[in-house]
Design a protein around this ligand. Structure first.
Ligand code: C2O
Ligand code: CU
Length: 499
């Protein structure tokens, strides 16, 4: 009897293993690491699961930064000389010397790689002329911006090669670090991978009077984290390294710089961190074990600075943190490391004292109201599957199908569940266009302190259900999707029409 059961188990395992193999197009998987009931997971596998890369056969570790290159700081985009507040952005191809002596074919905005920072103020009416100088269709999506559906730059607003479009919007939200990137259907991951991404800063009365470090490039630093895999010729061969479950690489670029170091004075330095990667999650900490302070989420300041040992960012999430370098000496070895202890960004501490100001205590008045907590759930979404088989509520994205409707200015509670699967599942960073939302709860509990602020992307662990309070302040059609870019491209995306 017992032996029959074993034969049965063996057959079932063979079927399961065979199925996995097929899904991974012949790539080998280490099945000893699979999380079968009763088997011990290896440490690496646990991390792998926490990082949401259970489906990757070999989770690529990142290389240590040697610190040999000074971190590039993206320029602030100047206005054109037209009347009003007008900016111009060109999506273009180029060649970039990321590695000494090699020309890498890349994409960029107004340059060969990545883009400038656009800095706008609340209350302003801003025009941005966008031009597609690529040989491929693209869109200009404003991630985190409250803008009409028409201007949002989702997959409906494709610009053919040579096309231009001017958008106009009133900046109607609080100070925050947003970003922009392309969003053409099925091609987002490739275009972002090749270099299309830039930052959009919103400033307001509050951000200007808080006394936070705000000297751009000196103590107010943008940090765009992106992992890439380069081939022998130091090219970004996306098709070759593409993973349907999220493309990761062994080489970290920060602001496009490989092996970066960052020079700072002995003062408090504000780091505006964007996880601009296609799929990799980062848990960032200081190698010294010292704490730092988080001051902002995706869409604005936290009410009070939150002391942190580490911060985890899934794709498209941002965090603004303050590191106090006045506590160190020039000879100290201080770096940002990840969850594996890999050095991502070593600091060079100058002997100069910077501005020794105190941290503000009260920064914002964000709150999830009792009313919002008591609202019934009116929209339910289930994220499921892996690789090419990802879905939301069992469906794949269809440009011609409106999945949800919501009334302008009305707050609704969205409940989003991340379904576990045979492989344990993975983290899906869930993003909604055109709005900043509030996390009401994560599996019924209040979100951690550093997520009690405006968000446009929320990291959802496998098996977890989150509740969001969502309000749209503009009309139009907006996407909601997983921000693992390959999942988005594979159809883990839907549309909500706001009217
Ligand atoms: Cu960061 Cu649908 O976008
Ligand atoms: Cu996903």
């Amino acid at each position: 009897m017992k032996s029959k059961i074993w034969v049965f188990i063996l057959i079932i395992s063979a079927v399961i293993i065979g199925g996995c193999g097929a899904n991974n197009s012949g790539k080998e998987m280490d099945h000893s690491k699979m999380n079968h009931e009763g088997t011990e997971m290896e440490e690496g596998t646990k991390n792998e699961m926490e990082n949401g890369h259970m489906s990757h056969n070999e989770p690529l570790a990142l290389n240590n930064s040697t610190g040999e290159n000074e971190l590039a700081i993206p320029p602030i985009l100047e206005q054109t000389d037209e009347e009003g507040i007008v900016y111009e952005l060109n999506a273009q191809e180029g060649k970039t010397e990321i590695f000494d002596g090699y020309e890498t074919n890349t994409y960029g905005y107004n340059g060969s790689f990545l883009g400038p920072v656009i800095r706008v103020n609340r209350g302003e009416t801003v025009k941005i002329r966008t031009n597609n100088e690529l040989a491929d269709g693209t869109t200009f999506h404003w991630h985190g911006l409250e803008i009409s559906g028409e201007g949002d730059g989702g997959p409906h607003q494709i610009l053919k090669p040579g096309d231009s479009k001017t958008i106009e919007f009133k900046v109607n939200q609080e100070a925050s670090t947003l970003w922009f990137h392309p969003h053409p259907e099925g091609k987002t991951s490739e275009q972002v991978y090749k270099g299309l991404a830039g930052l959009l800063f919103i400033e307001d009365e509050n951000s200007k009077k808080l006394g936070l470090p705000s000297d751009y490039g000196v103590n107010d630093m943008p940090l765009i984290f992106q992992d890439r895999k380069f081939d022998d010729q130091k090219q970004l061969n996306y098709e070759k390294v593409k993973n349907e479950d999220g493309t990761i690489g062994d080489t970290l670029l920060i602001n496009g710089t490989v092996n970066p170091n960052l020079s700072v004075n002995k003062e408090k330095v504000r780091l505006r961190i964007l996880n601009g990667s296609n799929a990799r999650n980062y848990t960032l900490k200081l190698n010294t074990g010292d704490t730092f302070t988080q001051i902002a989420t995706d869409g604005g300041f936290l009410n009070n600075p939150v002391t942190m040992n580490e911060v985890t960012l899934t794709p498209s999430e941002r965090a603004e943190i303050i590191v106090d370098f006045s506590q160190y000496n020039a000879s100290d070895d201080v770096a940002i490391v990840n969850e594996d202890g890999v050095t991502l960004l070593p600091f060079r501490i100058n002997d100069e004292n910077g501005d020794l100001k105190n941290m503000p205590v009260d920064m914002n008045d964000f709150a999830v109201t009792e009313e919002e907590k008591n609202l019934p759930v009116s929209k339910k979404l289930e994220l499921a599957g892996m690789g090419k088989a990802v879905t939301i509520n069992g469906k794949k994205f269809d440009m011609d199908r409106i999945d949800l409707t919501q009334k302008l200015g009305v707050t609704e509670v969205w409940e989003v569940h991340n379904k576990t699967d045979m492989m344990g599942g993975m983290i899906h960073p869930f993003h909604i266009h055109g709005t900043q939302f509030k996390i009401i709860s994560i599996d019924g509990a209040e979100p951690p302190e550093n997520e009690r602020g405006w968000k446009d992307t929320v990291s959802i662990q496998p098996g977890t259900t989150i509740k969001l309070a969502v309000t749209f302040n503009n009309k139009g059609i907006y996407m909601f999707h997983c921000h693992v870019l390959e999942h988005e491209d594979n159809g883990m995306m839907g549309q909500v029409k706001v009217e």
